[in-house]
Ligand binder design. Structure first.
Ligand SMILES: C[S@@+](CC[C@H](N)C(=O)[O-])C[C@H]1O[C@@H](n2cnc3c(N)ncnc32)[C@H](O)[C@@H]1O
Length: 268
């Protein structure tokens, strides 16, 4: 198994994370770049938050969008009307392309879910021509996502079984400072730069924050579904208190920070 990603289908993904990855995509593209005439690969394209934005930025030649989840690939196919974009199922650790096929490999919010992210970076290097660009971004799950922190810190204080789950959710591969840079160095990339990208996750009210957590995508929903009924109600009440923070229910805005790294493929 090359992934630790837990899927609940394209709609669940879009409710929980797709709405925020669409916000992150323009910032990542500003950093990673895209030039007219390029052949680009989007590794772990999901439902297409990044893929579908690229042609608005550059008159690209082609985009190959690949993802492990067939349902996401299908959702992207349904949304796409650009003949230059092809979506297919594939594994970031064994990209179904030959060497030097692309000018740029981009990967947004994927490497922290790949079982061997170093192999995934090596694969992106392999399929990009010398002089081309490899770029990736992942959430700073440990220190840059207060909307997730309030959930995990609250539940871990209530339910001892959540302590280890919190570690698994917040301490993910590639999410510590310079960790992706080290992986890029190890894969032989040159002229490497690392930065942070910040969006705001804005919720209209507690339920807009909570319901995608419990019904939607991801580790939080998977964990909540394992709690006995009494405990999950207690958790909900405590997380609601943390969200409200003594104020009436309504909009709340949380900064969310992602690490982003890019490098140039050397001559072989
Ligand atoms: C948080 S989503 C990001 C999706 C999309 N890039 C976006 O930003 O909306 C993580 C994606 O990585 C994909 N993924 C995880 N492991 C993978 C692997 N080994 N190969 C290809 N895709 C993978 C998942 O299926 C999922 O679509």
């Amino acid at each position: 198994m090359s992934t630790t990603f837990i899927s609940k289908g394209a709609d669940g993904y879009d409710q929980y994370m797709g709405r925020w990855s669409r916000r992150l995509a323009p910032l990542f593209l500003d950093f990673a770049g895209a030039e007219d005439g390029e052949r680009i690969i989007d590794v772990g394209c999901g439902t297409g938050s990044l893929t579908l934005l690229i042609p608005a930025r550059a008159n690209i030649s082609t985009i190959e969008a690949i993802d492990y989840e067939e349902q996401f690939v299908e959702a992207l196919r349904q949304r796409n009307s650009d003949p230059r974009i092809t979506a297919g199922q594939g594994d970031a650790c064994a990209l179904p392309f030959g060497e030097d096929q692309f000018d740029r490999a981009l990967s947004m919010l994927v490497l922290h879910f790949v079982s061997d992210p170093h192999q995934a970076v090596r694969e992106m290097v392999r399929v990009v021509r010398p002089g081309g660009i490899v770029a990736a971004t992942v959430w700073d799950t440990f220190g840059g996502m207060p909307s997730q922190r309030i959930f995990w810190d609250t539940v871990a204080a209530i339910e001892p079984g959540a302590v280890a789950r919190r570690c698994a959710a917040l301490v993910r591969p590639m999410t510590f400072p310079n960790e992706m840079t080290r992986a890029f160095v190890g894969a032989g990339l040159q002229q490497i730069t690392e930065t942070t990208l910040t969006i705001r996750m804005e919720f209209t009210e507690f339920n807009d924050y909570w319901l995608p957590l419990i019904y939607g995508q991801g580790t939080l929903a998977a964990f909540l579904s394992t709690l006995p009924e009494g405990v999950s109600e207690k958790v909900q009440a405590a997380v609601r208190q943390a969200y409200l923070c003594g104020q009436p229910d309504g909009p709340r805005s949380f900064a969310s920070v992602a690490w982003a790294v890019k490098g140039t493929v050397p001559n072989r």
